[in-house]
Design a protein around this ligand. Structure first.
Ligand code: SF4
Length: 253
C-alpha cells in the first residue's frame, strides 16, 4: 500500500507504472528515474513483472524507470483493506495508447474483486475511455470514477456518456480555461492545482483563472477541490469539496 501526499485521495495504487506522454512538468518521471532499478528496455518495449525485482535486498519500485511496466504482483494490495478512495496509477497513464487492453482489464478485474473501495482513474487520453466503452470494456459502477486531466482550453475534455462518473483534474493549471462549454460542464467534480517544483519556465496560474473555474463550478453546482499548491496564489481559504459518493468522512478508517 502506498501512503500519499495527494490531498484528494486516501491512497494510491500502482499496478502499472510508466508513461510515454512527454509532459514537461511531470513529477512522476523524476521520481521513477530517481528510484529506477537500472533495468533497460528496448525502445517502445513494455515490461510485465509477476514478481517484484529485488535489488540490494529491497523491492525496486520502478525497475525500468518510467518505461511502461505492469507489476502484476501488486494487484491484490488492497484486496482485504478497509474501504477508501484509491487513485489508481498515480505513476502512469493507465489509459495511454501504449497500454494493452489486457493490462487494463486485469486492473479492472481486481477493482471488481475489492468493491469496498472507490477507484479514481485519471488520463490524458480520454479517447481511450470512449474506445473501451464502445467495446463494452469500461466498467460502469458507482465506485468507478473516470477523470480527464487538462491543463488549458485546448485539451480534450468533453465527455460522452452520462452513465459514468466523470471528473476533471485541472492540474497543473497552465492557461486560462475560459468559459467551458455546457457540453463540457458535466463533470461531477473538478480538482485544481498549480505546477510544483522548480522547473525553468514553470507557470504560476493567475488568481483570475482559478476564480473563473470556481465561479463556473458554483454556477453548475460542481464540487471543487483546490490543492495545497494553490495556497500562495488563491487569496482566500482553499475550497476542498468532494462529490457526495467520495466524501472522506464516509471512508474514514
Ligand atoms: S500524463 Fe502524467 S505521468 Fe504521464 S508524463 Fe504527463 S504528467 Fe507524467
Amino acid at each position: 500500500m502506498e501512503k500519499t501526499k495527494i490531498e484528494w485521495t486516501d491512497s494510491t495504487w500502482n499496478p502499472v507504472t510508466g508513461c510515454c506522454h512527454k509532459c514537461p512538468y511531470c513529477y512522476a518521471r523524476n521520481i521513477a528515474r530517481r528510484f529506477s532499478g537500472g533495468g533497460v528496455l528496448k525502445y517502445g518495449a513494455r515490461a510485465v513483472l509477476n514478481d517484484p525485482v529485488i535489488i540490494d535486498g529491497k523491492r525496486a519500485a520502478y525497475p525500468y524507470g518510467f518505461k511502461p511496466t505492469f507489476h502484476r504482483y501488486r494487484l491484490k494490495e488492497y484486496r482485504e483493506s478497509k474501504g477508501r478512495n484509491i487513485f489508481v496509477c498515480s505513476m502512469a497513464d493507465l489509459f495511454g495508447a501504449w497500454v494493452p487492453d489486457c493490462w487494463i482489464q486485469e486492473v479492472f478485474d481486481e477493482c471488481l474483486a475489492a468493491p469496498q473501495h472507490n477507484y479514481i482513474f485519471l488520463t490524458k487520453n480520454p479517447a481511450r475511455y470512449i474506445q473501451l466503452a464502445k467495446a463494452g470494456k469500461l466498467p460502469q459502477y458507482n465506485n468507478f470514477w473516470y477523470g480527464s486531466s487538462v491543463t488549458g482550453p485546448h485539451d480534450e475534455y468533453s465527455w460522452f456518456d452520462e452513465k459514468y462518473h466523470w471528473f476533471l483534474s485541472v492540474e497543473p493549471l497552465l492557461e486560462n480555461l475560459g468559459e467551458m462549454s455546457e457540453t463540457a460542464l458535466k463533470p461531477e467534480w473538478i480538482i485544481i492545482g498549480a505546477e510544483t517544483g522548480r522547473r525553468a519556465g514553470k507557470v504560476v496560474p493567475a488568481p483570475e483563472w482559478i476564480e473563473s473555474i470556481v465561479n463556473q463550478c458554483r454556477k453548475y453546482k460542481i464540487p471543487v477541490f483546490m490543492k495545497d499548491s494553490l495556497a500562495d496564489i488563491w487569496p482566500h481559504s482553499l475550497i476542498c469539496e468532494y462529490p457526495e459518493e467520495l466524501r472522506k468522512e464516509d471512508k474514514a478508517e
